[in-house]
Design a protein around this ligand. Structure first.
Ligand code: GDG
Length: 530
């Protein structure tokens, strides 16, 4: 397929031959593909399940990235390159839901070293301010190189001449450069869904220069917050010795040396920045806060079956006066233990009583990574302690659900909850906060929101908290639970307006527009950061 903004990038009829010839000179095996819009993400937007006849079937899968990109992909009908989530040989590419899906296979040892290792035990904790200690293991880095190379090759094979390729997230930071080396004709965007840490933290990674150079293969590097962008620009200066000017990074040809881990010769033609900033390529960096399909959540929340289910949930909970809700992947970045500590203390102190319940949905996540197993134990001990001390027969104060639910059930939970608790210690954005707001059509409800989420930049009318400050968190929970209907409406109205006007389509369009303008314009348009 072949549509949308990508059409604007199509080569002149005579161009393809020239590029194909050039590509052949550099890499005779590199074919040019058919898709003018290609998403490269760690996971495919589907899960493999067993169909009624025993054969494989594909179902849309939950998760932040998928939830955010699915509507964009459906509208653009492009190719999506990702992993199926389990070790083994990949299925052949197939089409579903208007998308061409190309599965990249990982061996069992790559799942261990690349996915569970370098992605989830090195980069994830490092980029979330070392909430737990990152592990630096050289074989994991080798697996990261190898798997990134495989994704880059798959992208190069699918992308049409002059295609736009959008690479996502920390699992694939080397892909932009590896892809550029194979295909200098494509335009490459990269978006970081998780935070980019301060330099003192980033500097710990032994392969910091290779990571920066990998990212700088893109034309545009996008982040959730302005602070992430600043951290990245500083890392470009410090780790790679590059010059930056405003939101631009100059990448001279020489900056793409092999860094001790050769990824092949550089093929990008030398350019001159329009503002005379310097010779070489110019890469833009800016904040593009991601969002949700607000209209789709609004529709779900209006459905009579969903509303009936919300009433059923409140009835099943014993018709409490106040329903608190937390919804997260079971991850140490989400501050679930801080939330439980605050809630438990409020019950201890009698500031909350049996009129309130907390529903804690902690969906299973990364269960083979040690820190996640340990966290699950800690959360379950904390829930057990609160319920043991404050519960009555048939009436526990915390309803803990270590399960995944369909979207309808999530929407019903959002409708059933008077107060939503988002207490992340560090979170790129946090889509759950926006989903809650999008579902509250009657403008009731209150959001307690950690200031360490990207969402806090946009949802300033929430009850903002520092989750490390347990006393402050407790006060905010009580204030949210006792807010006057008028104040609640004022806050919710302003948050709903923001989420409605800055939805996922706005995010994607803003990013892709900015990507079109870099580097020709020489100056990146201000992104939509508030
Ligand atoms: C990363 C960044 C950034 C959760 N459980 C179920 C379920 N979910 C859905 C939520 C929401 C998504 O998963 C989680 O998104 P978050 O943004 O809250 O968090 P991460 O998974 O950590 O996502 C994050 C995001 O990427 C996007 O850039 O915001 O900062 O860490 O949509 O509703 N959905 C269903 N059942 C569940 O049980 N259906």
């Amino acid at each position: 397929m072949k549509t949308g903004h990508a059409a604007a990038l199509a080569p002149p009829a005579s161009g393809r031959g020239a590029i194909a010839a050039a590509a052949e000179d550099e890499n005779p095996r590199q074919a040019v593909g058919d898709y003018s819009f290609v998403v490269v993400a760690s996971r495919l937007p589907v899960d493999r399940v067993e169909g009624p006849g025993g054969g494989p079937e594909w179902q849309p899968s939950p998760g932040g990235l998928v939830a955010a990109l699915e509507p964009v992909m459906r509208a653009a009908s492009g190719a999506w390159i990702g992993w199926q989530g389990a070790a083994g040989a990949p299925p052949a590419p197939f089409d579903t839901g208007g998308m061409h899906l190309v599965c990249v296979g990982l061996s069992a040892s790559e799942v261990r070293d690349y996915y569970e290792g370098f992605c989830n035990a090195t980069l994830w904790p490092l980029y979330h301010d070392v909430i737990v200690a990152p592990e630096f293991r050289r074989p994991w880095w080798q697996a990261y190189l190898q798997v990134n190379r495989r994704f880059a090759r798959a992208a190069a094979e699918q992308a049409a001449y002059g295609a736009t390729v959008w690479v996502h997230d920390y699992q694939l930071q080397l892909v932009p450069r590896m892809l550029r080396e194979r295909r200098s004709d494509v335009r490459i965007g990269y978006f970081a869904h998780i935070p980019f840490p301060g330099y003192e933290i980033f500097a710990q990674v032994p392969w910091r220069r290779q990571i920066i150079e990998g990212l700088l293969g893109a034309d545009l590097v996008g982040f959730q917050r302005q602070g992430d962008t600043m951290n990245f620009l500083r890392a470009c200066r410090r780790a790679a010795g590059l010059a930056t000017k405003g939101s631009l990074v100059r990448v001279p040809d020489s900056a793409h040396g092999d860094g001790g881990n050769a990824v092949g010769p550089r093929s990008q033609p030398r350019r001159h920045a329009a503002d005379g900033f310097a010779a070489g390529r110019v890469v833009g960096a800016a904040a593009f806060p991601i969002s949700i399909d607000a209209a789709a959540f609004g529709e779900l929340a209006r459905r009579e079956d969903v509303r009936a289910r919300a009433r059923e949930i409140r009835a099943a909970l014993g018709e409490p006066e106040i329903v608190f809700l937390g919804v997260d992947r079971l991850d140490y970045t989400k501050g679930i233990l801080h939330r439980l500590t605050a809630y438990g203390e409020l019950l201890d102190e009698g500031r909350l009583g049996p009129e309130s319940v907390l529903v804690l949905v902690a969906s299973p996540s990364r269960e083979r990574v040690e820190h996640y197993r340990a966290l699950r134990d800690e959360v379950e001990v904390a829930v057990g302690r609160i319920n043991g001390e404050h519960g009555e027969l048939g009436n526990p104060p915390v309803h803990y659900l270590h399960q995944s639910y369909p979207r309808e059930e999530m929407a019903a939970l959002f409708l059933a909850a008077d107060v939503m608790l988002v207490t992340s210690l560090r979170d790129g954005m946090n889509l759950v906060a926006k989903e809650y707001v999008a579902c509250r059509q009657d403008e009731t409800g209150a959001l307690v929101l950690s200031e360490f989420t990207g969402a806090a930049d946009e949802l300033g009318s929430a009850f903002l908290v520092n989750p490390h400050d347990i006393e402050g968190l407790k006060d905010a929970i009580v204030r949210a639970a006792t807010v006057s209907p008028r104040d609640a409406r004022r806050r919710m109205r302003s948050m709903r307006r923001r989420v409605r006007e800055h939805d996922v389509a706005h995010w994607a369009a803003t990013f892709l527009d900015a990507l079109k303008q870099v580097p020709e314009q020489g100056q990146l348009l201000a992104a939509s950061a508030p």
